[in-house]
Design a protein around this ligand. Structure first.
Ligand code: ADQ
Length: 759
C-alpha cells in the first residue's frame, strides 16, 4: 500500500481572513492524531491517515495555526512501547506540533474497539441491533477520557482554546471544565445525534454522563439542526434541562448548542484541475476507462456507508438497461477501516463477493463493469477521479455529513457532473439539488443512477452552480471560525449570568443588611423555589429541615415571613399552618395571617371555574401524564410528566380554547412551567406583596421565586429590595441563585444557626 496522504492539499490562501477574535493557541483534541507513527526506521516517521475528521479539521487548523498557533492532541493509533514513547513525543512535537496520548492494548480494546465502535458508532448511526453494551467497555471509555483530560491539562498554556472532537471524547469537555472552570472549550460531533428513542437504548447513567460531558463545553456543534435538536431533546428528557433558542443554562453557565455543517477546502479542490500532478493522474485514467461513462463511489469501508446496496443498485441498472452494457464503469474506492471489528470484516467479504458476482455476470474481456480498489488514494489520484466521474454515487445509509459529496462538487470547476446523494446523509440538508435517493431502496438508487447518467449538461450545471456557490461560501474556514465566534458569545453570556449570580460578596452584604434591619419582610414562593418540582403537586411536601428553617426565620424579632404560592389554601394550611408564617394561596386570591383564619380577597365564580375544569379534563384525557388540579378559585392543568413535544402542542391548543371560552369573563389564563392555570383576573403575587408592604414600614425586603408568576411579585417590590430568581432564566429579579438548595443556603445564612447549635 503506498503511503496515504491527506486528500486535501495545503490551501494556499484560504487562511483566516480577519480573524473574528484575538486567538490564543487552538488545541484540537480527537481520538486519533491525523497521522500514524512508523517506528521501523531509526527516527519515528509519520503517515497521514484518511477520514472525514482529518480532512475537515486539518484544513481549518492550518488556517488557525497561522493566526495563533496550536496543535493536535490524540492517540497515534498504534501500540507504542513504553521505551519508544519519549522519542515519539519528541518527534511528534517537533515535526507535527502534536501531543500523543498513549493507550494500553487493553484500553484500546475496551475504549476504541469496544465502547466507541461496538456501542456508540452503531447507536449514533441508527443500527441498534449492532449495539453491544459492556460494563467493562464503558469503564474503559471513562478511563480513556480521563487520560485525555490529564494530557490536555498538561499541554495547556494560558490563553489556549480547546476544541474536542467527536463521539470518542464526549465526557472530556465536562472533565476539563471541572478542572479549569474558565477554559474556553468547544465540542463538535462529526456523526449524527439520533432521536431520543434511539439514544435511550444506552443505560440512563451512561447517556446522562455523555450529555453532561458534552454540556461541559461552551459551544456544542452538530452538522445539522436535526442533530442539535435531538441532542437537546435527550438532555431535556434525561436530565430535565431546558433549552431556549439553542442555549442550555446549567451549573451557572451557558452552553450554546447549534448546527455548523462542516465544509471543505473549496479553493484547493476547485483549483485541483490545474495542478500538474492531477493532470497526470487524470491522463493515467484514460487508457483503462476509455470513453466510457464513469460512476464513482469513494468511502471508508463502513457498514453505514451503504456500499453493498450501491453495488446491488448498479447491478439492477445493468439488468434493467442492456443499453448501458459496455458503456459505463462503476469505480469503487474503499479505504480500509476498523479491520479488527467483526462486522467490518464481514462487510468487506460481502462487498467483494458482490463485485465478483456483477463482474462475472455482465463483464467481458473488453469491459469490466466494476473496478474495485481497496486502498486509500492520495490527493492527486482522488481529485483525478472526481474530475473524471460523470456521476458521484454517495448513498450512505446514515452519515453525519459526508465530505465526499462536497469534495466532488467542489472539484467540478466547470459545474458539470451529477451527484446522487442519499437523503439520510447530513449533506442532503444543504445539497437539495442533487439527485436524492433512499439508500435502502435498491430499485430507487438504480433509477437515480439512470437519471443521473441521462441528465443533460445544462441541467447538471444549473443544479451544481447553486450548490457550489454554497460550498464556496461556507468552506471549512468559515465552519471553524463560526464555532469559535459562537464560543465567545456563549462565554459572554455565561459571564453575564455569573454577574447576576448571588456571589459570596453579595451574600455577605445581604447578611449584613439583614442583621442591621429592624423590620424585615421575607416573601417566598414555594414550588421550584423552596423545593424542587415533583411530578405531581402532592409529591412535594416540605421536609423537616425546611419547616425548621422557616420557623427560625419567622421566629426572629421584627421578621414577617410570607409564603406566596399558587397552591390551594388547604394544602398550605396542612403543611405550614402550625408555623409562625403568613400564607398566600392561589397566587393572592386567599390570605392567612400567622395563626389566623383564611380571608378570601377574590370572589370565586365556581360556575366559570367548572367550565374551565371540564375543558381541561378533555385535554387531560388526551395527554397521558397530564392532570387537572381544582382549587378554590382557580384551576390548573399540569403536564410535567407528559411527553414534552406533544405536551407543548396540546398546551398551545388548550390556551387557544381557553381564550375562546373565557371571552368577557373576569378570569385570566396563565402559562407557567408545564402548567396552564386559570385564575381570577387581578389576583396575582404582586397584589399579595403590596398588601404586606402597606402594613408596616420594612427596612429590608427579600423575595424569592422561580417562574413567571413570581415576576409580578418582583415587580411590586420597593427599590432596594433583594429579589432572587431561583434558576438561571431571564428575570427582573436582581440576582439569580442556582436552585432550591442554593436558596436554602442563603436563607440558612440569614436565619443563623439553630439555637441548640450555639452551645
Ligand atoms: P467519515 O465517515 O470518514 O467522516 P466522509 O465525510 O465521507 O466520512 O469523509 C471521508 C474523507 O476521507 C473524505 O475527505 C474523503 O476524501 C476521504 N476518503 C475516503 N475514501 C478515501 C480513499 N479511498 N482514499 C482517499 N481518501 C478517501 C466522519 C463522519 C462524516 C463527516 C465527517 C466530517 O462519518 O459524516 O462528514 O466525519 O465531519
Amino acid at each position: 500500500m503506498p503511503p496515504t496522504s491527506s486528500p486535501i492539499a495545503p490551501a494556499p490562501d484560504t487562511g483566516a481572513k480577519d480573524p473574528p477574535r484575538p486567538h490564543g493557541r487552538l488545541l484540537v483534541v480527537s481520538n486519533r492524531l491525523p497521522f500514524a507513527v512508523d517506528l521501523s526506521g531509526p527516527e519515528p516517521r509519520f503517515r497521514r491517515t484518511v477520514g472525514g475528521l482529518v480532512s475537515g479539521v486539518e484544513g481549518y487548523l492550518r488556517s488557525r495555526i497561522a493566526a495563533g498557533g496550536g496543535g493536535w492532541v490524540g492517540w497515534p493509533g498504534t501500540d507504542v512501547a513504553e521505551a519508544d514513547r519519549p522519542r515519539v513525543v519528541e518527534a511528534a512535537r517537533r515535526d507535527q506540533g502534536a501531543t500523543p496520548v498513549f493507550l494500553e492494548a487493553a484500553e484500546v480494546e475496551g475504549f476504541y474497539e469496544g465502547f466507541c465502535n461496538r456501542a456508540l458508532w452503531p447507536l449514533l448511526h441508527y443500527f441498534p441491533s449492532l449495539v453491544r453494551l459492556e460494563e467493562a467497555d464503558w469503564a474503559a471509555y471513562v478511563r480513556v477520557n480521563e487520560r485525555f483530560r490529564d494530557v490536555v491539562l498538561d499541554a495547556l498554556e494560558p490563553g489556549d482554546t480547546v476544541w474536542v472532537h467527536d463521539y470518542h471524547l464526549m465526557l472530556l469537555p465536562a472533565m476539563l471544565r471541572a478542572a479549569r472552570p474558565d477554559l474556553p472549550i468547544a465540542f463538535f460531533l462529526h456523526v449524527p445525534f439520533p432521536a431520543f428513542e434511539v439514544f435511550r437504548i444506552l443505560p440512563d447513567a451512561w447517556s446522562r454522563a455523555l450529555l453532561h460531558g458534552v454540556l461541559g463545553a461552551d459551544v456544542a456543534g452538530f452538522h445539522t439542526l436535526d442533530y442539535a435538536r435531538h441532542f437537546l431533546r435527550s438532555a431535556e428528557r434525561l436530565s430535565g434541562l431546558e433549552a431556549r433558542e439553542g442555549e442550555v443554562r446549567h451549573a451557572g453557565r451557558v452552553t450554546r448548542v447549534d448546527a455548523f455543517p462542516i465544509g471543505v477546502d473549496f479553493a484547493a479542490l476547485a483549483g485541483a484541475a490545474a495542478r500538474p500532478d492531477v493532470v497526470a493522474a487524470r491522463a493515467a485514467l484514460d487508457a483503462p476507462l476509455g470513453d466510457r461513462r464513469v460512476v464513482l463511489s469513494v468511502d471508508r469501508l463502513d457498514y453505514t456507508k451503504g456500499i453493498l446496496q450501491r453495488l446491488l443498485a448498479f447491478e439492477r441498472v445493468l439488468e434493467r438497461s442492456p443499453a448501458w452494457h459496455g458503456r459505463v464503469t462503476l469505480v469503487v474506492v474503499a479505504v480500509p477501516s476498523r479491520e479488527r471489528v467483526d462486522s467490518y470484516r464481514r462487510m468487506r467479504r460481502e462487498v467483494e463477493e458482490a463485485v465478483g458476482r456483477v463482474n462475472g455476470r455482465f463483464g467481458s474481456v473488453a469491459w469490466v463493469p466494476i473496478v474495485y480498489q481497496f486502498r486509500a488514494l492520495g490527493f492527486a489520484d482522488l481529485a483525478a477521479l472526481y474530475l473524471r466521474a460523470d456521476v458521484a454515487l454517495v448513498t450512505p445509509l446514515r452519515d453525519g455529513m459526508n465530505l465526499v459529496a462536497k469534495e466532488y462538487l467542489a472539484a467540478r470547476a466547470d459545474d458539470s457532473g451529477v451527484l446522487v446523494l442519499s437523503d439520510t446523509a447530513g449533506a442532503a440538508r444543504e445539497l437539495g439539488e442533487a439527485v436524492l435517493v433512499n439508500p435502502y431502496h435498491v430499485e430507487g438508487i438504480a433509477e437515480g443512477i439512470e437519471r443521473a447518467l441521462e441528465l443533460p449538461l445544462e441541467a447538471q450545471r444549473a443544479r451544481n452552480r447553486s450548490m457550489r456557490a454554497r460550498l464556496r461560501r461556507y468552506d471549512v474556514v468559515r465552519w471553524g471560525d463560526e464555532q469559535l465566534e459562537r464560543l465567545d458569545r456563549a462565554r459572554a453570556a455565561s459571564r453575564s449570568l455569573a454577574e447576576r449570580h448571588l456571589g459570596a460578596g453579595d451574600r455577605a452584604r445581604l447578611l449584613a443588611a439583614y442583621r442591621a434591619a429592624r423590620r424585615r419582610l421575607v416573601l417566598l414562593d414555594y414550588d421550584g423555589t423552596l423545593v424542587p418540582f415533583a411530578g405531581h403537586p402532592a409529591a412535594a411536601p416540605p421536609d423537616a429541615g425546611l419547616r425548621a428553617l422557616l420557623a427560625r426565620l419567622a421566629g426572629a424579632d421584627g421578621t414577617d415571613v410570607v409564603l406566596v404560592s399558587g397552591r390551594d389554601a388547604a394544602t398550605l394550611e396542612t403543611w405550614f399552618g402550625a408555623l409562625p408564617v403568613a400564607l398566600v394561596a392561589e397566587h393572592g386570591a386567599l390570605h392567612r395571617d400567622p395563626g389566623g383564619g383564611w380571608e378570601r380577597l377574590q370572589p370565586a365564580d365556581s360556575a366559570a371555574r367548572d367550565r374551565v375544569a371540564d375543558l381541561m379534563e378533555v385535554f387531560a384525557d388526551r395527554l397521558p401524564g397530564s392532570f387537572v388540579e381544582r382549587k378554590e378559585v382557580s384551576v390548573a392543568w399540569h403536564w410535567r410528566r407528559a411527553d414534552p413535544e406533544i405536551g407543548a402542542a396540546r398546551e398551545a391548543e388548550l390556551v387557544e380554547a381557553l381564550h375562546a371560552l373565557l371571552r368577557g369573563a373576569p378570569l385570566e389564563v396563565l402559562r407557567g412551567k408545564r402548567v396552564v392555570e386559570v385564575r381570577g383576573a387581578g389576583a396575582h403575587k404582586g397584589g399579595a406583596a403590596r398588601r404586606w408592604l402597606g402594613r408596616a414600614t420594612y427596612d429590608l425586603v427579600v423575595a424569592a421565586g422561580d417562574d413567571a408568576t413570581d415576576e409580578d411579585l418582583f415587580a411590586a417590590l420597593p427599590p432596594g429590595a433583594w429579589s432572587l430568581r431561583v434558576g438561571l432564566g431571564e428575570s427582573r429579579a436582581g440576582f439569580n441563585v442556582d436552585d432550591p438548595a442554593d436558596l436554602r443556603q442563603v436563607l440558612e445564612l440569614l436565619a443563623g444557626p439553630p439555637a441548640d447549635a450555639d452551645a
